[in-house]
Design a protein around this ligand. Structure first.
Ligand SMILES: O=C[C@H](O)[C@@H](O)[C@@H](O)[C@H](O)C(=O)O
Length: 473
């Protein structure tokens, strides 16, 4: 019964929708944290720990919750001992998506049907490691066998994109595009800000000695990213505040910071508001999609932050108000440059109704121009996905949803798309069975296919020339 072919599909309609429509659609993974260099170099994984546990802060949190010492999570214990620590943790994770993901990954990629636990760990370790040494199991092998057509990585504006370029010349089964993520430009108060402007100078070949210079350099990088096929930007906006400022005031704030002075919270907000507004204009000009990742509450454990840095499993969910500042930002763009296509993700699902109501105020021209992003991170669960899909259906048009992304650092995460498609088909099937949707497999099947793949293929406008992987809606 566990993870059988119909798991999470409780009725006949759901089953038919998944098996005949959603399951075989290709994947567009339009937001993830894979390293383009690793994709290009295409090395085999040394072992299952390297493929699974390096960098996976989702698993690390569960291991910490199980009392596993840090030496066996991010420390210097052997890879086998780290794997064993995960295997010992897993039986307690029933009901957590990681329980399903882990076993789905073992099944889909490696043909391992057993439950992973302390007793089965040695044999699974051997079997999977043998497979990982076979040619089809390199980084690119795993991507290809998952039916992935497009991957969008997450990249700093100063990045040379050399690995994206190399990949576009050498990989035909799928395309890897960059995503423009200028957090370092916005985080003027961060310690490394001045040093980062030097990197931007050398990447753009333009002086970044003033705010005007910064804007020129960023515009230049937007054009450079665009040439490399980039069609999305991304921002981590953990706290969103809005305070407009005149150009001279922003120049003065920039100059003050470059001289090494600390800025007041008001100055930081003014700078961020103006820079974000300018960037939104750049995205609109290029017909990009802007992604805003809202309301993470990061780095809650100072000793562990000092030891391991960000994105290591110490982030929470922000519960600050959002609507006023977000409305000011979006409305200013709509009244000025024009709003680009926009996807709003919040880590706080309590924000969904307000986000949906607000995004409906700016819909025009493109179907689903503004989107409520797929259940993000802590919401990447069965109930989180159902909540996002249900509210989206009730508050906008589910049929225009661009669907799932992995947001992952792991090459084995593509089964999350399968998990999502099962949740989606389960929900559509239930609507039909309750008489709230037509029990018409053509209509619902088309919707399942669209949300699984076609909508994303049409919405983002990836360039396909010269690639066999051509993205077609
Ligand atoms: O799923 C979790 C994510 O990968 C998380 O680590 C990222 O969303 C990251 O914090 C970011 O800001 O991009």
């Amino acid at each position: 019964m566990f993870l059988n072919e119909d798991f999470m599909l409780s009725g006949e309609t759901a089953r038919l929708l998944f098996h005949n429509h959603a399951k075989t659609m290709p994947i567009i993974d339009y937001h993830c944290h894979l390293d383009p260099r690793e994709i290009y170099e295409d090395q085999p994984f040394e072992n299952l720990t390297a493929a699974w546990l390096y960098g996976d802060h989702y698993k690390w949190r569960l291991m910490r919750a199980n009392g596993v010492p840090e030496s066996h999570i991010t420390g210097d214990a052997s890879d086998y001992d780290k794997f064993l620590a995960w295997a010992r943790t897993l039986p307690k994770a029933v009901g957590n998506p990681l329980y399903s993901w882990t076993h789905l990954e073992l099944r889909r990629f490696f043909g391992v049907e057993e439950m992973l636990n302390e007793a089965t760990a040695p044999a699974i370790w051997e079997k999977v490691n043998r497979k990982l040494a076979e040619p089809g199991f390199t980084r690119r092998g795993l991507i290809r066998s998952s039916g992935v057509k497009v991957i969008c990585t997450t990249d700093d504006p100063a990045d040379s994109l050399e690995y994206h370029k190399l990949l576009s010349g050498s990989e035909t089964a799928f395309q890897v595009f960059p995503t423009f993520r200028p957090d370092k430009a916005l985080n003027i108060d961060a310690e490394g800000f001045a040093a980062w402007t030097l990197k931007l100078e050398s990447a753009s070949g333009l002086p970044v000695k003033s705010y005007a210079g910064l804007l020129d350099a960023l515009r230049n990088r937007v054009a450079f990213f665009h040439e490399q096929g980039c069609r999305l930007s991304d921002h981590a906006l953990d706290v969103l505040r809005y305070e407009a400022g005149e150009a001279e005031a922003v120049e003065a704030i920039f100059a003050k910071r470059m001289q090494g002075a600390a800025l007041s919270p008001e100055e930081i907000t003014r700078y961020r508001t103006e820079l974000l507004t300018a960037l939104i204009g750049f995205y609109h000009d290029k017909d990009w999609t802007m992604q805003l990742h809202l309301h993470a509450y990061r780095n809650n454990n100072t000793p562990m932050f000092q030891r391991l840095g960000p994105d290591t499993g110490y982030d929470g969910i922000n519960d600050l108000p959002l609507t006023t500042a977000l409305s000011q930002l979006l409305d200013r763009a709509e009244s000025g440059s024009g709003l680009p296509k926009t996807i709003l993700y919040s880590l706080n699902p309590g924000d969904y109704p307000a986000l949906l109501a607000l995004l409906g105020c700016y819909q025009k021209d493109t179907p689903g121009k503004l989107q409520l992003g797929s259940g993000w991170w802590y919401n990447d669960t069965r109930s989180g996905m159902r909540q996002q899909l249900t509210l989206l259906a009730e508050g906008s048009l589910l049929g225009n949803f661009v669907g799932m992304l992995t947001d992952s650092r792991s090459f084995l995460s593509y089964t999350r798309h399968e998990y999502f498609r099962r949740v989606l088909c389960g929900l559509l099937g239930e609507l039909a069975e309750r008489g709230e949707a037509p029990d018409d497999l053509e209509v619902l099947g088309a919707m399942a296919r669209d949300i699984s793949y076609n909508n994303a293929a049409g919405y983002f406008g990836f360039q396909t020339a010269g690639s066999e992987a051509g993205v077609t809606a």
